[in-house]
Design a protein around this ligand. Structure first.
Ligand SMILES: Cc1ncc(COP(=O)(O)O)c(C=O)c1O
Length: 392
């Protein structure tokens, strides 16, 4: 390994959302945080170098988007995902959640139903509700130890008039990397009922061997025509604090509408630092990414083996991608309050509590595995000790 992912980086007192809110959110500063989805790893060195160079300029004026930036994105998706994007399909947006919210606002009617597949990343609910739309749930079903889509229930929602679907691909928190056949079946229903798809593919690059991410818009030109794909380099390369993302829409009318709305909110200008970072990551970060995912796979195998031995009543859903592990803790017999108390007070560890992803997540926890193995081990150890009533 060229990169050292075992290194412990002290992120406390760095204004970290994850490390500097222990007291405020969980009642104690020494709660070990394995919740919010950023990594406790250094980003690729090429990204750091380019940011240092930019910082040394000392003049942080208004910036423009350059062709080389778009080129790095186009080449990445061609190389890593066999998806040919035209630079003219790309629109910058400050964040994926911004794009999701704008898509709901622009491509659904006030008061209408917008479909999501629960349990799912919690801002999906927020962007529907805060835009005055109604959440239409298409709950995922667990079959053979993994989440699958319920196409019959989905068709009922489409028959009831829902015209917009928020797809999470790969899926957070379940770690499913949807297969081509599954997406094609979903796509066929969307075409049949004239449904627009907003595909959040922020986890696209985070897949384990044997799993391949299929961009929804790459399935066919007909589906691309009705798909808004929300993408970013931030999850892949641990840059979420740079707050940058982009939208791919091959339908010119769809793209124009998004661009106009971004402009009306003055969200269209380039961030002075972000483009350099994204470009360096896509052009020079590939080796880092492959090593990072191999390390995370090691963490995943470690966590599964640890739980099997120490706490077999807690059962993980084995993910095909993402650095998140979704744990079925229902056999512990605790309600939401009880699980929180077990984690935050007794174990002094903060995994994500499952009900924030929807009622289907009650009794589940999500662990962020993008950290040194010693942190994963310490978090699991604390949790197992607390379950067995030992002091931590
Ligand atoms: C599925 C999904 N979408 C979006 C985001 C956040 O993206 P952004 O910070 O660009 O809004 C996350 C972060 O965890 C995520 O898991």
């Amino acid at each position: 390994m060229k990169y050292n992912f075992d290194e412990l980086i002290d992120r406390r007192n760095t204004r970290s959302y994850k490390w500097d809110q222990g007291e405020k959110l969980f009642g104690a500063a020494d709660v070990l945080p394995l919740w919010v989805a950023d990594m406790d790893f250094h980003c690729p060195p090429a990204v750091r170098d380019v940011l240092i160079q930019r910082a040394q300029l000392g003049v942080y004026g208004y910036a423009i988007h350059t062709d080389s930036y778009y080129d790095s994105i186009v080449k990445w998706y061609s190389r890593r995902h066999d998806w040919e994007i035209s630079p003219g399909w790309i629109t910058d947006s400050p964040s994926i959640v911004t794009s999701l919210s704008l898509a709901v606002e622009l491509f659904s009617e006030p008061g209408s139903q917008v479909v999501l597949q629960s349990p799912v990343y919690y801002p999906f609910y927020d962007v529907i509700r805060t835009n005055g739309r109604v959440v239409a749930k298409n709950p995922l079903v667990i079959r053979d130890g993994r989440f699958e889509m319920d196409y019959d229930q989905l068709e009922t929602l489409f028959q009831g008039g829902a015209k917009l679907l928020l797809l999470c691909s790969p899926h957070n928190p379940g770690g499913r990397v949807w297969e081509r056949e599954e997406l094609l079946r979903l796509g066929a229903l969307c075409l049949q009922y004239g449904v627009t798809v907003v595909s959040d593919e922020i986890h696209a690059d985070l897949t384990f061997p044997g799993h391949k991410h299929i961009p929804f818009a790459s399935l066919s030109p007909e589906l691309a025509d009705r798909t808004i794909t929300c993408l970013a380099a931030t999850k892949t390369f641990n840059l979420p604090g740079l707050h940058t993302s982009f939208i791919v829409a091959s339908n010119p009318a769809v793209k124009r509408k998004l661009e106009q709305r971004l402009k009306s909110l003055s969200l269209h200008m380039a961030n002075h630092f972000a483009q350099d970072a994204v470009q360096a990551a896509y052009n020079e970060g590939e080796e880092w990414l492959d090593e990072m995912m191999a390390y995370v796979k090691g963490n995943l195998d470690f966590a599964i083996a640890y739980l099997k031995e120490q706490l077999p009543q807690v059962k993980p859903l084995v993910p095909g991608g993402t650095y998140l592990l979704w744990l079925d803790c229902r056999d512990l017999g605790l309600d939401v309050k009880g699980l929180k108390e077990l984690m935050f007070v007794k174990a002094k560890v903060a995994f994500s509590e499952g009900s924030v992803f929807g009622t289907e997540g009650e009794g589940w926890l999500r662990i962020n595995l993008a950290c040194p193995r010693s942190i994963v081990e310490e978090g699991l150890k604390r949790f197992c000790q607390a379950v067995s009533g030992q002091p931590v």
